[in-house]
Write a protein that binds this ligand. Sequence first.
Ligand SMILES: [Zn+2]
Ligand SMILES: [Zn+2]
Ligand SMILES: [Zn+2]
Ligand SMILES: [Zn+2]
Length: 385
Amino acid sequence: MLFCSCTTDHVQTPREGTRGWSCVCGLVSVTALSAPLKTTLCHCEDCRKWTGSVGQMAIWYRREDVICSGQLLEFKAGSRVRKSCAKCHSHILTSLPRAGLVEVCVGSAGISISLSAHFFYVTPLIDFGDEVPKFVDFPASLGGSGVRAESWDLHPDVTQAFHGKCLCGSVIVAVSGEPEMTAFCHCLECQKWTGSSGHFAVIFDEALVQIAGDLKTTSDGRRNCAKCLACIASTHCAKTPGLLQICGGILNSPPRLQGHWNYGQRVLSVRDGMAKFKDSPAEFGGSGAVLGEEAAPYVVTIQRKDEDLGLELSFSDRKCRVLKVRRRSLIHEWNQICASDSMVCIYDRLISINGMMATVREEREQLGRATGKIVLIIAKFRYFE
Ligand SMILES: [Zn+2]
Ligand SMILES: [Zn+2]
Ligand SMILES: [Zn+2]
Ligand SMILES: [Zn+2]
């Protein structure tokens, strides 16, 4: 067990107007003595594996401007030292000793922050849809190429078998089945735990998941690698018993996101057209309340012989909505090749089927048997800012 290496700073008292952070359990606190240099979301492989999420979201400071107290665990990876709370394993900061900089994980701040840049924005797990500068690696001032990302694809979702590893490789996860749901949880605890803007939770039946390697587990169900402290799994977002939320950032090919949970607590807004739940859907123990409204419709055109269309629909309040897109189906295939604003996502509203209103029960029933060319007009789900 190691202690925070910034011990020389522990005797300083924070000045007025400074900002303080703390981890989930409150053992570790961080105080910044100056204004931030910048705020970044780094989508690199290491940041993905450590956070178990989309990547580390951090506020940058000079090392001497950050006071850190409480017991920390350290993991050295290349030129970086990753530090986590010794008790709750919240990700606190990444230190760059040679550059004299620290990246304090934004989650522990619990405030809305404007991002200065995305790093390594090549195949993001979420397309944030923001106007923030995006780099292929990182800016030249930090030793990167400085090349701006002009186009990108979401991370491929092609796997037949989910497996993954933590940052150091000593924890291995293997899943023998399909996920129930994929949700990005924006709650403050998930921000603090992951060191990202939230927890990319791939929710499986716990019986399908095998985890090998030494873990540190907290009483509230969070599991981290005992060596690198990478986030591996948690049980706290979906309140349904028997489900385990594997961190998508450690998986070989994480499934596409199907919605945002606890969006009311977000630190970073996302414009990806997915459903934004205030807390979580009712079937996972939440209120089901959504923050959002529908945007312009999109058209899905599919040729079908006898394949599974893959669309599960619900009908209530005179609206026909997408409940689920089954994997290995025509709609799932469509989602791999279409533009991001034409992806069929849960809670999108089906308006028409081959020109007929989707609100008519017979039309919906016929869709299950329809062959040849199928044209669907669907309205994207969208939230209010
Ligand atoms: Zn803690
Ligand atoms: Zn990174
Ligand atoms: Zn590890
Ligand atoms: Zn959460």
